[in-house]
Write a protein of this length. Structure first.
Length: 252
């Protein structure tokens, strides 16, 4: 029996441009989108903000990986809306289906800050709870391109942009001896990094891996006390070691 084709419903403006893919026998289960997507839903809006930062080719590739072919003549925004709808439905299409586990890699600075900047995440969640989609969009754009966002929204959202900037730079209270780190040069090696961190305090446990490009190290370190963890964060978080991205030391 042939696997049913996946037909993705689009917005009315782009529905006529959609071309259903040919049916094929495949091991991938068929996915059927049986609901209308509510673009007023905060979860859908958040997904839209994430997809908006992606390159066209990456969007098309993700669709294809799920068995959906984007027509060659479809515009950039319509293709992105396809992916928003696909992701939303695959996640259950509900505000109750929030992802709790951080992704292995971040698609944008906005997505990264939602996971790594708790004060910013709190501001964004408050905007979501209040249904303030304008501020949600401003926050996402400021994270991804602060200079252009400042020019575009500097007058009408001046106080809000200052609040975001303060939240991005705020240091959360350190209450755990375990610190998640990234950005140290890979040529330090695990032994060299451990020695560097132990200069601040005794290390109980450390796990360390190289990034996919082999340039930096990431992992977790547990000190014997919270005070040592706090000292490590104060010493290294945000330090520029010339590797492209600044060091990140996050209490977990």
């Amino acid at each position: 029996m042939k696997t049913a084709c996946l037909i993705l419903p689009l917005l009315a403006s782009s529905a006529s441009a959609f071309v259903a893919p040919k049916c094929q026998n495949t091991a991938r289960p068929a996915v059927s989108l049986k609901m209308a997507i509510d673009y007023n839903d905060p979860v859908v809006m958040e997904e839209f903000n994430l997809v908006q930062t992606m390159e066209y080719d990456d969007v098309v590739a993700e669709l294809a990986a799920s068995g959906v072919r984007a027509p060659a003549d479809m515009g950039d925004m319509d293709v992105k809306l396809m992916l928003v709808e696909l992701r939303t439905v695959m996640n259950g299409g509900s505000s109750s289906n929030e992802v709790k586990t951080p992704p292995a890699t971040f698609g944008s600075k906005f997505e990264e800050y939602l996971w790594t900047k708790p004060f910013f995440a709190e501001i964004y969640e408050n905007c979501k709870a209040n249904g303030d989609h304008n501020k949600m969009n401003v926050a996402a754009e400021y994270c991804n391109d602060p200079d252009n966002a400042s020019v575009a929204y500097g007058k009408s959202y001046a106080a809000f942009l200052e609040e975001i900037e303060a939240a991005l730079n705020a240091k959360p209270e350190v209450t755990s001896p375990t610190v998640q780190f990234s950005g140290f040069p890979a040529n330090m090696g695990e032994a060299g990094l451990r020695m560097t961190l132990e200069a601040l305090g005794e290390v109980e446990y450390m796990s360390c891996s190289e990034s996919d490009d082999g340039i930096t190290l990431f992992g977790e370190v547990t000190f014997v006390s919270v005070d040592f963890a706090k000292a490590a964060i104060e010493q290294y978080d945000g330090m520029d070691m010339g590797m492209g991205d600044k060091l990140q030391m996050i209490s977990i």
